[in-house]
Design a protein around this ligand. Structure first.
Ligand SMILES: [Cu+2]
Length: 146
């Protein structure tokens, strides 16, 4: 191999490397543009009747997808709202939650996903209102930031 060929090969490698860098940069730009519309999904685990994490922060006015993994052998629920919502469920007799995105039943071993737009900044709580679960500590805090 002559030095001339060596330089040519090196130049080709540099060209390929630059093309890869350009593609990666383009991908990052697309991801950033998508991020302006929706946030990355938030994952919540449930184990031993506890939420993990038990504190979430979300932006106001944007779709937030929450993926809830119930790793317990019993059913749970994820109900997010203000104190009025929780008071209603604490004393309520609802067997199901219909299609409300803020009230999700998560059967034993199941994964459920919901997408919510929180329209006001503030501090909410998420709670499992099955009998005894809240008292045991199955609750968390969700902060909606301006
Ligand atoms: Cu529960």
């Amino acid at each position: 191999m002559t030095p001339v060929h060596g330089r040519t090969a090196a130049a080709r490698w540099i060209g390929v490397a630059l093309a890869v860098v350009a593609l990666v940069a383009a991908g990052v730009a697309v991801a950033a543009a998508a991020g302006a519309r929706a946030t990355a999904p938030l994952e919540i685990g449930i184990r031993y009747s506890r939420f993990s994490p038990d504190r979430l922060q979300v932006p106001v006015g944007r779709p937030v997808t929450v993926v809830i993994h119930n790793d317990d052998p019993i059913d749970h629920e994820w109900i997010v709202g203000d104190e009025e919502v929780h008071a209603r469920h604490r004393d309520g007799t609802e067997a199901g939650h219909g299609d409300r995105t803020t009230e999700v039943t998560v059967p034993a071993g199941a994964v459920r996903r919901t997408t919510v737009v929180f329209d006001r900044p503030g501090t909410l709580r998420f709670v499992c209102h099955l009998p005894g679960h809240e008292a045991y500590g199955m609750a968390g805090t969700l902060v909606v930031t301006p």
